[in-house]
Design a protein around this ligand. Structure first.
Ligand code: ADP
Ligand code: MG
Ligand code: MG
Length: 883
């Protein structure tokens, strides 16, 4: 078996399309090398080795050693050096790389191969001892941290102590001799902690690092990241071993990261940061504040420090040409890592760059204009869930701003919340329903859960490519990073800024668009959608088959949904209309009435109110389909709870409060979710269905006359399990339609259907379809009734189920395609068998969830229906599902 693939010198055994085997990093290093870009030579140990490793008690396949040795020799030949040699030693980096990038999750070791002897050779060769010792101390620290499991803080303390002693502030001010002393202390620390000296043998170092990369696949933070991003654990990681190039060889050397387009706005300009005389992670670690790559960015930022364009124009020009080349080659915005060693440029990584939703839209649309992508490809380039970000509020420009400080605008959107300083606190606050801003000096992968829980993230250190910035953009959360004026005191739970002190719990607002940090809560504006949004959505609409409707019961919601492109209402929950204002009293009268006559009297009061609502909604929807669900929830939900409320109703009904209380008690149920609700209520009290049907038909006639667009209401009977239930309710609806048609001297077109939300309804769909012109899969209840899990009580144990790997996702958020999905499939098939043109849709949370929408496309549903703000997401997801 071939376990090792080499690259370098304008050739490679691998290629970009081998990312499953080589990991993303390895595959792209191979591709760049084949394209003729200057990539330090190296080799990739495949993800198959990782799988083998875990299948075989953490050991390696027999052939691996020989293949690695041979590849090392090849790299040595390409560089004119030899691994472990004491005259011209080859140094390497050992880098992890899974199929998809997992930022910051896996640790890289640089400068491997250094020991007490080779460090001298490296220094002599470079004619720079300071550089050699700087590299060695970095190596000892990284290797001890990643491979030997020693805490890096202890090393940093040694370094800080030394700097303080010598009165130094920057690492770059430390001399070769100083480093020698520090290295001795580092080595002593290792020996003291581990009882063994720091490994001097290069081969031992190499295999230690390789093992550490494979082991790191299973560390908790990597496992957590995979769970959050739905990455299967059996993919494994590859290991890349690559000849070192040095950005820390003095003033003509540098290291940096860049995006080929602005990852926040999508603007087509090279965008990135670098540091002179630095190595590897220095740029993103926030140790020194990096400089801009282009002059344009430097000028815009008003920075005094020179840009790369200015400082090293030749390397910059070469880099820019590679950016263009790679973008055209991959036909996507790239995220790059590079290093300049004594003026010579080296490319160290390329991958599709993470971007905000706004940038994703702009880049997709621009690339169609540039002829790089087809419209359909562009539709596939924007992640539907990310559109949510565009719907985030921004700070009202007219609002008063009490600016505390300004940091970097690292991720757009604005958010207000109480200050918390730890991720655990953020999570607790979220659980208690309190919005918070997570304030950290910098964030690390251990903060992912806190970043998820917080409304926004604020850091005092780090640049636009710091961990906080990258992760926040990916999550679509506002983030202000590198606010240097901020002093954070974790111990006392305070932060001071510009002479003002704030405590944990104080409210602040961050503006991820400007980088401002503001005191208190600030007025926000709803977002306006850009032209790119409209363009891309139009392409999506052309590509999709399924219709997208919305769940709406108020005219306001209906209006918003129309603006977002809803093509009808898939679910109008009439009970929501019952709670408003004065109506609830009439509703309560209806429920508590002792006789049909009393009920009818109360229903008469409700009729005009419902009719008015329906008329308004029909008018807004201008002839688009509207599905109205008859009263669904158990009656006791509407009951008066306080004495005050009870008295109010008693007065309106002119009866004694005590009598009313007794009647209310008699309506209580042990398990209301499975109780007297849905069509069961309508079977018991058909007059309710009659009133609602009348309101719907009268409104349809009225709205049809007003707008000139005939209204064809779809009346939905909830919670049907037996065909007979539907027939009974349907007969009342049909009779009412005829009555209203006669009274108004008009013809009324309408449909009657049911919500499929009980397993029995799905199984009996063939029967039920005889009386139903449409089905809407009510997957919220269908999930409850299929699993036998109450949605309202699920939170206490579903989290445990997820952690223990019993379920991948909350089935109330993303459809359980195996179980609940099978019922949907059965319902659709059997319904169609009886009535080939039966209209099929889905309502409930799943109608706005991209992966559930994919499933619906597979089943061939006619439409999905979701909340107004998810309509754009559903349109895009439906398009992607159809492509
Ligand atoms: P990550 O996946 O966390 O980005 P990388 O493997 O890309 O980790 O490496 C971490 C840092 O080390 C990056 O800045 C990268 O450019 C740098 N680096 C990796 N390999 C080399 C090398 N052979 N020479 C110089 N720098 C390197
Ligand atoms: Mg990298
Ligand atoms: Mg339901």
């Amino acid at each position: 078996t071939k376990w090792v693939y080499t690259f370098g010198n304008g050739a490679a055994e691998g290629a970009a399309d081998m990312r499953n085997l080589l990991g993303g990093k390895g595959a792209n290093l191979a591709e760049m090398s084949s394209l003729g870009l200057p990539v330090p030579p190296g080799f990739t140990i495949t993800t198959d080795v990782c799988t083998w490793y875990y299948d075989h008690d953490k050991s390696y396949p027999d052939e691996l050693t020989a293949q690695v040795e041979a590849a090392l020799d090849a790299v040595g030949e390409a560089t004119g050096r030899k691994f472990g040699d004491e005259k011209l030693p080859l140094l390497v980096s050992v880098r992890s790389g899974a199929r998809v990038s997992m930022p910051g999750m896996m640790d890289t070791v640089l400068n491997l191969g250094l020991n007490d002897e080779t460090v001298k050779a490296i220094g002599a060769d470079a004619n720079d001892m300071r550089f050699a010792y700087d590299s060695y101390r970095r190596f000892i620290q990284m290797y001890s941290d990643v491979v030997l499991g020693l805490d890096h803080h202890e090393f940093e303390e040694i370094l800080e102590d030394h700097k303080q002693l010598k009165g130094l502030t920057l690492d770059t001010e430390i001399s070769a001799d100083d480093w020698v002393g520090i290295i001795e202390k580092y080595k002593a620390l290792v020996e003291e902690e581990l009882g063994n000296p720091f490994p001097q043998d290069a081969k031992e170092q190499l295999w230690g690092a390789i093992g550490a990369v494979f082991s790191s696949w299973m560390v908790p933070r990597a496992v957590t990241y995979r769970r959050l991003h739905e990455i299967p654990g059996d993919w494994g990681t590859a290991v890349n071993v690559q000849a070192m190039v040095f950005g820390n060889m003095g003033e003509t050397s540098a290291t940096g990261v860049a995006f080929t387009r602005n990852p926040s706005t999508g603007e087509k300009t090279l965008y990135g940061e670098f540091l002179v005389n630095a190595q590897g992670e220095d740029v993103v670690a926030g140790i020194r504040t990096p400089q801009d790559i282009t002059e344009k960015a430097r000028i815009e930022a008003g920075s005094e420090r020179p840009s790369l364009e200015n400082l090293m124009p030749e390397a910059f020009a070469e880099f820019q040409s590679y950016c263009d080349k790679l973008e055209k080659h991959y036909r996507d915005m790239q995220d790059l890592e590079f290093t300049i060693e004594k003026g010579k440029l080296w490319m160290l990584q390329t991958r599709a760059g993470k971007r905000t939703a706004k940038a994703a839209l702009k880049i997709a649309v621009d690339m169609v204009d540039e002829g790089l992508l087809s419209e359909e490809e562009a539709v596939g380039r924007v992640e539907p869930g990310a559109l949510d970000q565009l719907l985030h509020p921004t700070i009202d420009p007219k609002a008063d701003r009490d600016i505390l400080a300004t940091g970097l605008p690292a991720s757009p959107g604005a958010a207000s919340g109480a200050i918390v300083f730890t991720s655990d606190e953020a999570e607790e606050a979220k659980a208690a329903g309190r919005p918070v801003i997570l304030v950290r000096v910098e964030t690390s992968p251990e903060d992912i859960h806190g970043m998820h829980a917080a409304e926004g993230i604020l850091t005092s250190r780090g640049g636009m490519t710091s961990h906080a910035a990258v992760v926040a953009r990916g999550m679509g959360k506002p983030c202000v990073a590198g606010a240097g004026g901020l002093r954070i005191d974790y111990r006392n739970g305070t932060m001071t800024v510009g002479g003002r002190s704030l405590n944990k719990g104080d409210i602040i607002t961050i503006d991820g668009a400007s980088g401002q940090i503001l005191s208190g809560e600030v007025a926000m504006l709803q977002p306006v959608l850009s032209g790119d949004f409209g363009t891309l959505m139009a392409w999506a609409d052309r590509a999709r088959r399924m219709r997208v409707r919305t769940n709406a019961e108020t005219p306001q919601d209906a209006k918003v949904a129309r603006e977002f492109g809803a093509e009808g209402i898939g679910l109008c929950r009439t009970e929501h209309m019952f709670f408003e204002g004065e109506r609830i009293i009439a509703v309560r009268e209806m429920i508590l009435a002792g006789s049909e006559q009393g009920r009818r009297a109360a229903l008469d009061k409700l009729l005009p109110m419902q009719r008015k609502d329906f008329t308004e909604i029909f008018e807004i929807m201008k002839g688009l389909p509207v599905t109205i669900r008859l009263l669904d929830p158990p009656l006791h939900e509407f009951l008066p709870k306080t004495d005050e409320e009870l008295d109010e109703v008693a007065k309106a009904m002119n009866i004694a409060p005590e009598l009313l209380r007794d009647r209310a008690l008699s309506l209580e149920e042990f398990n209301p979710m499975l109780g007297h609700r849905g069509c069961r209520l309508l079977v018991s009290y058909p007059e309710i269905a009659e009133m609602q049907a009348r309101a719907i038909f009268e409104a349809a006639v009225e709205a049809g006359r007003k707008t000139g667009a005939p209204v064809v209401p779809e009346i939905m009977v909830p919670l049907v399990g037996l065909k007979g239930e539907l027939d009974l309710v349907r007969s009342r609806i049909d009779a009412m339609a005829e009555a209203v048609a006669n009274e108004t001297a008009s013809t009324i077109d309408y449909q009657v259907g049911t919500m499929v939300e009980l397993p029995r309804a799905a199984l009996q769909a063939a029967e039920i379809a005889k009386s139903a012109e449409f089905f809407s899969f009510g997957t919220n209840d269908l999930t409850q009734t299929t699993f036998g899990i109450s949605r309202d009580d699920a939170a206490s144990f579903l989290g445990t189920y997820q952690n223990k790997g019993l379920i991948e996702q909350d089935p109330f958020v993303s459809l359980d395609q195996d179980g609940v999905g099978e019922l949907v499939q059965i319902g659709a098939e059997r319904g169609r068998k009886t009535r080939s043109d039966i209209k099929l849709g889905i309502c409930g949370e799943h109608g706005g969830d991209p992966s559930s929408i994919h499933f619906c496309e597979g089943v061939g549903l006619d439409y999905v229906s979701c909340s107004p703000f998810r309509v754009p997401i559903a349109r895009l997801a439906a398009a992607q599902a159809a492509l």
